[in-house]
Design a protein. Structure first.
Length: 82
C-alpha cells in the first residue's frame, strides 16, 4: 500500500472505515475476486482494521477522562458501548 492510501484511511471516520471494511469482508468471502486483487483488498482491510481500533481506543480514553473528571472514582470505570 502507498503512503497516499494510508493518509486516505486516516481521513476516514470510524463509521466510514467500518463500512468499507465490511464491504471488503464480503468481497473476500465471495471468492469472486482474482488472487492479486484479493491480496490488495486484504491489505487495505488490515489498514482499515487498525484505523478502527485506533479510533475505538481514542474514544475509550475520552470516556475514561470524562468519568475521572466527574470524580466518580479514584480508578477507571470500564466504558460500556451498546
Amino acid at each position: 500500500m502507498t503512503e497516499a492510501a494510508d493518509s486516505n484511511i486516516d481521513a476516514l471516520s470510524f463509521e466510514d472505515a467500518l463500512k468499507e471494511l465490511e464491504k471488503i469482508v464480503q468481497t473476500l468471502e465471495s471468492g469472486q475476486a482474482p488472487l492479486e486483487e484479493s491480496i490488495s483488498v486484504y491489505e487495505r482491510g488490515a489498514l482499515l482494521k487498525a484505523h478502527c481500533e485506533k479510533k475505538l481506543e481514542a474514544a475509550r480514553l475520552r470516556v475514561e477522562k470524562v468519568v475521572l473528571a466527574q470524580g466518580a472514582a479514584t480508578g477507571v470505570e470500564p466504558a460500556e458501548f451498546s
